[in-house]
Design a protein around this ligand. Structure first.
Ligand SMILES: [Cu+2]
Length: 174
C-alpha cells in the first residue's frame, strides 16, 4: 500500500501539486534519516505524552551499521528532558517490563530496531520539561562509541489508528 502511494506521490511531484497536499500524507509515507560514520539512523520518532507525565519515549525504525566493526549506542541528551536513558523491554507473562542498560550494540553489517510496540529497546526521556505534542519536532543528540555524537530530529507522531496515549501505560518502573 505504501509502495503504491509512493508512486502516486511521485506523479504529484511532476504536476506541481505536491506542496498543497503534503499535510495530508499518512505518517508512514513521511520519513527522515540521519547519518554519522557508518551508521544510518532511520526515522527517530516519539509518541505524544499526556500533560503531567514526566517521561517520554523515543524510538527509531532502525539504526543500520554498514561498517566492518560493531558500534555501541551509549546514551543521548536533549533540551526537552533532564536525561536520556537506554531501556530494554521484554515481554514477561503478558506484561512489558523494562530496565535501563548502559549500551546497545549495533552490529557490523547489521542493524537494531527501537520501535514502538515491539519488545526490544527504546530511549527514555527522563524529567520531561513539557509534554510532547503530535506534530512537533525536537533535537536529540545520540552518542556512539565509534561513530561519535550525532544530532537527530525527533518527530512526535501519534500512533497510527490509536488515540494519543501514555506510551508506557502498563509498564512498571517509572
Ligand atoms: Cu522506558
Amino acid at each position: 500500500m505504501s509502495h503504491r502511494f509512493a508512486l502516486g506521490r511521485r506523479r504529484l511531484l511532476s504536476t506541481g501539486l505536491l506542496l498543497p497536499l503534503l499535510g495530508n500524507l499518512p505518517p508512514a509515507v513521511q520519513a527522515h534519516d540521519a547519518r554519522v560514520g557508518s551508521l544510518r539512523l532511520a526515522h527517530p520518532y516519539a509518541r505524544p505524552t499526556p500533560g503531567g507525565l514526566r517521561t517520554g519515549a523515543v524510538y527509531l525504525k532502525a539504526i543500520h551499521n554498514n561498517g566492518e566493526q560493531d558500534d555501541e549506542l551509549l546514551g543521548g541528551s536533549t533540551p526537552r528532558a533532564e536525561s536520556v536513558e537506554i531501556h530494554a523491554m521484554r515481554l514477561n507473562q503478558d506484561r512489558m517490563q523494562m530496565r535501563q542498560v548502559e549500551r546497545l550494540v549495533v552490529p557490523a553489517q547489521g542493524s537494531v530496531r527501537l520501535r514502538d510496540g515491539e519488545a526490544g529497546h527504546h530511549l527514555m526521556l527522563i524529567g520531561l520539561k513539557q509534554p510532547l505534542r503530535a506534530g512537533e519536532r525536537f533535537p536529540l543528540t545520540l552518542r556512539f562509541a565509534r561513530a561519535g555524537s550525532v544530532q537527530v530530529e525527533v518527530w512526535v507522531e501519534a500512533a497510527e489508528g490509536a488515540a494519543p496515549a501514555d506510551p508506557h501505560a502498563g509498564h512498571a518502573g517509572h
